[in-house]
Design a protein around this ligand. Structure first.
Ligand SMILES: Nc1ncnc2c1ncn2[C@@H]1O[C@H](COP(=O)(O)OP(=O)(O)OP(=O)(O)O)[C@@H](O)[C@H]1O
Ligand SMILES: [Mg+2]
Length: 251
C-alpha cells in the first residue's frame, strides 16, 4: 500500500509561483479531496506529481520510490494514473478501444509478437478485452462499448476517460474535476464508484469545485488558494475554517 507524499513542493513559472511550499499526503484506500478557487494550482500539482512538469523545489515520493525527477511514462509505470480536466479521447474510436488504450502500461507482449498476431499476443488481447468489459460494467457503460466515443453525451465521455485511466490498474488515481458539469445524480453515481475504488485499496485524489460533493465523499480534504495550502483536515474542519470561507466567498 503506497502513499503519495509531497514535501515542500514549489513550482514557479517565470516570476509566478503557481505552487508554493505545498505539503500533502494521499494514502491508499481513501478518497482525498483537493479543492480551491480557479488558478489555485490544483492542476499544476497533478502535473508535478505525474512528471509532466518538473518541481522548482521540494520532493515527491510514492511509497519507497522518489518520483520527484521521474518522467511521466515512468510515473505511470510506478502505478499513478490521471484524468484530464479537458477530456482527451480518440473521438472516432469505439468506447472499448478507448478503454483498451489504457492497458499499454501492463502490456507484456513485445511489438513483433503483436504484429505477427502470435497466439501469445492474441491471448493477451482477449484477456485485456475481458478486463475492459469489467470496467464498462462497473461504470454502467456496457451498452455503449461499440459506439464512437466522440458521439457520447458529455458525462459518458468523462466516464470513458476515467475507465481508460483505470485500465492500467493503478495504485493511485488523480482525478482532475471528473464530475464538472454533471448533475447531482450523475455526480452521485460517480462518487459511489470512487468510494468503491478506495475500498478496493486504491488511493484516490479528487480535484473538485463542488464543495458539497467533496465534503460528502472525502475522508480528508486539502484546500489550495493562490498556490498555498491554506487548510487541511476532515471535511467538517475544512468547511468551517475561516480561511477557507474567505477564499471562497472573499473577505
Ligand atoms: N504552463 C504554465 N505556464 C505559466 N503559467 C501557468 C502554467 N500552468 C499554470 N499556470 C498558472 O499557474 C496558476 C495555477 O494554475 P492551475 O491550472 O494549476 O490552477 P487550477 O487550480 O487547476 O485552476 P482551475 O480550477 O481553473 O482548473 C495560474 O495562475 C496559471 O495561470
Ligand atoms: Mg485545473
Amino acid at each position: 500500500m503506497s502513499a503519495l507524499v509531497i514535501k515542500s513542493v514549489s513550482k514557479h513559472f517565470g516570476g509566478v509561483a503557481a505552487v508554493s511550499n505545498v505539503n500533502m499526503e494521499v494514502p491508499s484506500g481513501k478518497v482525498t479531496g483537493l479543492i480551491g478557487p480557479n488558478g489555485a494550482g490544483k492542476t499544476t500539482l497533478i502535473n508535478l506529481i505525474t512528471g509532466v512538469l518538473t518541481v522548482s523545489e521540494g520532493s515527491i515520493h510514492f511509497g519507497a520510490q522518489d518520483i520527484t525527477e521521474v518522467p511521466a511514462y515512468k510515473v505511470a509505470r510506478a502505478g499513478i494514473s490521471r484524468t484530464f480536466q479537458n477530456i482527451r479521447l480518440l473521438a472516432e474510436a469505439s468506447v472499448i478501444d478507448n478503454v483498451m488504450i489504457g492497458f499499454y502500461r501492463n502490456e507484456k507482449t513485445t511489438t513483433p509478437a503483436s504484429l505477427l498476431g502470435l497466439p501469445s499476443a492474441r491471448r493477451e488481447t482477449a484477456a485485456l478485452r475481458d478486463r475492459a468489459n469489467k470496467l464498462l460494467e462497473r461504470f454502467g457503460m456496457s451498452k455503449f462499448a461499440d459506439q464512437e466515443a466522440g458521439g457520447l453525451a458529455y458525462g459518458h465521455q468523462r466516464r470513458v476517460e476515467m475507465m481508460r485511466a483505470l485500465a492500467s490498474e493503478p495504485a493511485l488515481i488523480l482525478l482532475d474535476e471528473p464530475v464538472a458539469g454533471m448533475n447531482d445524480v450523475e455526480a452521485g453515481e460517480l462518487g459511489e464508484i470512487f468510494r468503491g475504488l478506495a475500498k478496493d485499496g486504491m488511493g484516490v485524489l479528487l480535484i473538485e469545485h463542488n464543495v458539497r460533493f467533496v465534503t460528502n465523499l472525502c475522508d480528508f480534504v486539502y484546500v489550495l488558494d493562490s498556490g498555498r495550502m491554506i487548510a487541511s483536515g476532515s471535511p467538517e474542519q475544512v468547511v468551517n475554517d475561516p480561511a477557507v470561507i474567505t477564499a471562497y466567498l472573499g473577505s
